[in-house]
Design a protein around this ligand. Structure first.
Ligand SMILES: Nc1ncnc2c1ncn2[C@@H]1O[C@H](COP(=O)(O)OP(=O)(O)OP(=O)(O)O)[C@@H](O)[C@H]1O
Ligand SMILES: [Mg+2]
Length: 242
């Protein structure tokens, strides 16, 4: 349902994605691992149209999207919910209004429906009773979950997470990972998770792709990864098996 075909992305004379091809299956959780600066965020941004590739194609549900105009891209973006690394909530708005923001912006809904959708999204991330608080009154981990709820409320079919657990303590990390798993299964979304965390990837991914300098060096199930002899994969595994 999502296909990258020979994707090339350059910034000036620097080629960040070097002819990347990848098929993502409907409903799967795909972890994208790689060292810093290897093009993981650039890949997600190309999918949601925040960046456009220089060459190659991006197919979503049978449509080549990379050359659509900004306006034509809007329905594509609605299919893809992106959870950014930092929560970036609106400080002056309550948690309720933060989650309702996208719903109000993208859809014409009555207040009752908005309220139901906000409460459902917050309960999916195990946050209830904090609707009237402001972001400053809740912890960073809770803010990250609110940002997840904000994306989930729009009911995207494709969920993109850019380092959802970076900067979280181990307990909250586990909770967020469990949440990604639950959401994917409950809402039947296709999930792409950018991460540095091989331990989480082995635990919840259907498949893992490892990028190095803008190219795929390994792709497979957690079991296949564990047996990989690719040096970078071994490096990632070393931390888990240590
Ligand atoms: N808008 C941009 N303009 C110029 N260069 C950019 C831009 N966005 C990303 N880059 C460059 O592209 C390369 C890949 O960046 P990217 O953000 O995808 O890395 P990453 O794999 O997500 O790394 P990290 O794990 O640190 O988040 C980096 O060298 C970065 O400096
Ligand atoms: Mg990144």
């Amino acid at each position: 349902m999502i296909q990258f075909k020979n994707l090339i992305k350059r910034f000036g004379d620097r080629t960040v994605l070097k002819g990347l091809s990848l098929d993502i299956r409907e409903g799967e959780i795909l972890f994208i691992l790689g060292t810093s600066g290897t093009g993981k965020s650039v890949l997600l941004k190309n999918l949601v149209g925040l960046l456009r590739p220089d060459e190659g194609e991006i197919w979503i549900d049978g449509e080549e999207v990379s050359r659509l105009s900004e306006e034509e891209y809007l329905p594509v973006r609605k299919k893809c919910g992106m959870v950014f690394q930092h929560p970036a909530l609106f400080d002056s708005l309550t948690i309720f209004e933060n989650v309702a923001f996208g719903l109000r912006r993208h859809y014409r809904l009555d207040e009752e429906t908005i309220s139901l959708k906000v409460k459902k999204a917050l309960s999916l991330v195990h946050l209830t009773g904090i609707e009237n608080k402001k972001p400053a009154e809740i912890s960073y981990g809770m803010q990250k979950r609110v940002s997840l709820a904000r994306t989930v409320a729009l009911e995207p079919r494709i969920l993109l997470f850019d380092e959802p657990t970076t900067g979280l303590d181990p307990v909250t990390t586990n909770a967020v990972n469990q949440l990604i798993l639950d959401l994917s299964r409950t809402l039947k979304t296709t999930s792409l998770v950018v991460s540095h965390d091989m331990h989480c990837a082995l635990g919840i991914a259907d498949r893992i792709v490892v990028l190095d300098k803008g190219e795929i060096v390994a792709l497979g199930t957690p079991d296949e990864m564990k047996k990989s002899q690719v040096p970078l994969v071994r490096d990632f595994l070393a931390e888990v098996l240590a």
